[in-house]
Design a protein around this ligand. Sequence first.
Ligand code: ZN
Length: 164
Amino acid sequence: MKAMKECGECKEKWEKKKIKRINKKWVCIYCYRKRRDKNRDHILHTVAGVRRRSDLEKGWRERSKARKEKEQKELGPMIPGAKQVKERIKKVPALGLYLTKVEKEVLVKKYVSNGMEYHKAYAKLKECMDFLYQLIQRLREKGKSEEEIDKKVKEEYANLMEED
Ligand SMILES: [Zn+2]
């Protein structure tokens, strides 16, 4: 009969070579292994977590850099193009309820196709939108319904499309 020791964790009795004393406690080699593996998993997870975090930060830095470069590009010389149109349309008074972005783009494209330079076309669009915006305000003050206002704006838009 060999001397048996009780494992402090699984409470099983083990012969001496299968159990060791760790921090004043008897722990069998199986519980010890389990504990060690758990610890290792924890470390791996943490290290991986750190790596994931730094990957994320790298991603953020790259995206932020790309965004700055994009902004810089957009501030640079004006190149006619769809992207440019979208960016500039945003700066024109919002009449989103009545006119879509596409309708505004169509207006700009019409001016450009009539030989107007892009920056002038945008300035003209802005004027038109200011005019429509004020029209809307006036109609609202008069207590017109949204439907009536919408109809009026569409009419004015049609007029803008017809004139040069
Ligand atoms: Zn054990």
